[in-house]
Write a protein of this length. Structure first.
Length: 403
């Protein structure tokens, strides 16, 4: 490696290390997106709620769902006994609850078997609204500051006032014969709307809630906001929780499909992996010099046409077959004229001589002498060595001067 290349390599490494140091020293920007991911620590994620869920509900097993509700619960149904192998509460906390109709039907079947469906979201599917006979409305004019409270007076201490993240969505229509209001949201102008309801279905029930932000990391860590989430969980039976995870790209057992999942999930190993890739790239760019391989000398193909012609010529000459040699030379020459000048060589007359002179650019004397020789040899019966030499010389002169 040359001295100049070493200098360039050192400068590059210094720049990379400096850029990495500056990037790592910068404060991590806060991600305020409403992703509601139980594995993340961002303000609007659910890591704390998911972690403390088992603590709040005693002796409850938390099982994450990484597939659609239909795929998960259908696998848990025993078609011989016509009963589910599991029981408990399906839980979905997300900004928008969009799923396929087959999954919604499966949730109805699961609730009908005596289980609970808890959904906290801003927007619910039309099919679910029509089936349970309720409607929601979003009011853009109402302030985002609201107090979330419960119908049950025993949960009066669990009422919390929220100033950030509250969406002004509420239940605008419910079936009062079957639906029980469980909670409300009260805004600054004293407007009160229902935001938490219970709808029985079969032997189970649906618990529907419109303010999922109450379960996020931000509010569970802010003052005493955790009390409201505890109040909501008071309505959930003390049974297993089937938590619908947004990480649908993972396998059913919760593991990632990536073969590097462990390395990428550990910050130290992840940076070590990135550094290894960077230094490998540097090595390829600066250390892997292009080396010239020995070029094998390939001899050009030999033109054996000349040797073949000499051999055939010698064969005819030694056998004294002058007639055959003369006729072949005339035949090949006339074929050359037909191919090169597109001439008719059946009759070698004055017209033929004129056209050949025009196309070849030869003098009249030369062409007349050549055509005369061709006519003489085409009519001759006996040939000797001089005839071979004369026709050979005439054709060579024609080609040489023509080039």
């Amino acid at each position: 490696m040359s001295k100049r290349l070493k200098i360039y390599l050192g400068i590059l490494i210094f720049i990379i290390i400096g850029a990495m140091f500056m990037e790592l020293s910068k404060p991590t920007p806060i991600d305020w997106r409403e992703t509601y991911n139980e594995r993340q620590k961002n303000p609007y994620d659910l890591q704390i709620f998911h972690k403390e869920l088992g603590t709040i509900l005693d002796e409850v097993k938390i099982r994450n769902i990484y597939r659609t509700p239909y795929e998960f619960f259908n696998d848990q149904y025993d078609w011989e006994t016509y009963a589910y192998k599991i029981d408990g509460t399906y839980m979905n906390i997300s900004p928008d609850f969009y799923t396929d109709q087959s999954s919604i039907n499966e949730l109805f079947d699961f609730a009908d078997a005596g289980n609970t469906i808890f959904i906290s979201t801003h927007e619910m599917p039309r099919y679910l609204k029509d089936s349970l006979k309720f409607s929601t409305k979003y009011d853009y004019k109402i302030s985002s500051k609201a107090t979330l409270q419960f119908e049950n007076q025993n949960l009066e201490d669990n009422e919390i006032t929220y100033e950030k993240g509250i969406k002004n969505i509420y239940f605008s229509k419910i079936d009062t014969l079957t639906t029980t209001p469980l909670g409300y949201q009260k805004f600054e102008n004293d407007s009160i709307f229902t935001n938490f309801i219970k709808i029985p279905h079969g032997n189970g029930a649906f618990l529907l809630h419109t303010q999922p932000v109450a379960f996020t990391n931000f509010h569970l860590l802010k003052d005493d906001h955790y009390k409201y989430s505890e109040g909501v969980l008071a309505y959930i039976p003390n049974k297993d929780i089937f938590f619908d995870s947004p990480n649908k790209t993972r396998n059913a057992d919760g593991t990632s499909d990536s073969s590097l999942r462990f390395i990428l999930e550990q910050p130290a190993l992840r940076w070590a992996w990135y550094l290894a890739l960077i230094f490998l790239l540097v090595f390829i760019l600066f250390n892997a010099k292009r080396k010239q391989r020995i070029v094998k000398i390939v001899d050009p193909l030999q033109n054996t046409t000349v040797d073949f012609t000499k051999t055939i010529g010698n064969l005819f000459y030694e056998t004294k077959d002058h007639q055959n040699v003369v006729h072949k030379k005339i035949t090949y020459f006339l074929e050359h004229l037909r191919t090169e000048y597109l001439m008719d060589t059946q009759v070698l007359d004055e017209k033929f001589s004129t056209r050949l002179r025009q196309k070849s650019g030869k003098s009249k004397e030369e062409i007349d002498r050549l055509v005369k020789l061709l006519n003489i040899l085409r009519k001759k019966i006996y040939f000797d060595q001089n005839d071979v030499l004369n026709i050979t010389k005439a054709i060579e002169i024609f080609h040489r001067r023509n080039n």
